[in-house]
Design a protein around this ligand. Structure first.
Ligand code: GUN
Length: 293
């Protein structure tokens, strides 16, 4: 069994981006990070994104709004950021507190600044295999992780657990694309799928993104498979100072006995998501300033 080390792979991506950003003339790319409310996981993710932006030499502009912010207020903020010449990328941390309409907010972000890739236009470009848009960061990070680990999906059976807008659907589309590294045969499983284990056991590459702690156990993994764990679940743990521990959607001890390659949690997909966000921000900057690479 080989561990796919997301920290190391993300670190090389970050080093590449740092070199690229230092060679850009004039103003540095700016990423607006919008967080509404104080969800503890969101607080930690946004902080991590700001720190990584800083490390690369990007400007991370954090914008905080309280719980109780109205849809109209948030839409007005997005409109202002869309019009702001100094902002290249806009990220609205998900999930937004109730009753905000998240999809309406994602669609409000100008497609040219949509570094999260959640806008209808950018998601549509993934379906059309048009590389001019933005691919959402976690799916893009998974593809990069596979490519840099020497996993070619061509002809492989890729089974995706979960059909979310943020991971399941876009990663399935990427794995399906007719391009180098992809060309997979894709199955998507979800809450209405019958006998999930029967399908996961047929997976050459299993991508778990359902948000259920340790859902995938060893008996659901085909011997020799590649297992990508996208879950970041906080489960109560009295032995930890924080009172919780992080676990993926995969039961690592049993799955790692059968898998050929597997990502850990933390230190697998998570760092790649952040690195791809930075890559998208530099891309947004280049598109707006028409500087080729
Ligand atoms: N919440 C979980 N993943 C993501 C992501 O990639 N982007 C944003 N904005 N929120 C998230």
């Amino acid at each position: 069994m080989e561990l796919i080390d997301g920290n190391t792979i993300a670190a090389s991506l970050i080093a590449e981006l740092k070199a690229e950003v230092s060679s850009l003339p004039g103003r540095k790319p700016c990423l607006a990070l919008v967080r509404v409310g104080d969800d503890p996981a969101s607080v930690s993710y946004v902080r991590k994104k700001e720190k990584t932006a800083d490390e690369i030499g990007l400007v991370g502009r954090i914008i905080l709004r309280p719980v109780g912010t109205t849809q109209q207020e948030l839409e007005q903020l997005i409109d202002e950021l869309n019009a702001d010449e100094g902002v290249d990328g806009i990220l609205v941390q998900s999930p937004l507190p109730k009753p905000l309409d998240e999809l309406a907010i994602f669609r409000r972000v100008s497609p040219e600044k949509d570094v999260d890739g959640f806008h209808t236009l950018n998601l549509g470009k993934v379906a059309q295999e048009d590389d001019s848009g933005f691919v959402s960061c976690t799916p893009a990070g998974i593809m990069e992780l596979l490519a840099r680990s020497g996993v070619d999906l061509k002809g492989k059976h890729v089974v995706v657990l979960g059909r979310s807008l943020i991971v399941g659907k876009p990663v399935a589309l990427l794995a399906l694309q007719k391009k180098t590294g992809a060309n997979g045969t894709v199955t998507i499983c979800h809450s209405s799928t019958r006998d999930i284990g029967n399908l996961t056991r047929q997976a050459d590459v299993l991508i778990a993104a359902i948000g259920k702690p340790e859902f995938v156990t060893g008996d659901m993994v085909k011997p020799g498979a590649v297992v990508i764990d996208v879950g970041i679940n906080r489960v109560p743990d009295a032995t930890k100072k924080t009172g919780y521990r992080l676990t993926g959607d995969v039961h690592f001890p049993s799955a790692s006995e059968r898998a050929d390659k597997i990502t850990p949690v933390p230190g697998g997909v998570g760092p790649m998501t952040v690195a791809m966000l930075m890559k998208n921000t530099v891309k947004a900057y280049r598109l707006r300033h028409r500087t080729g690479h």
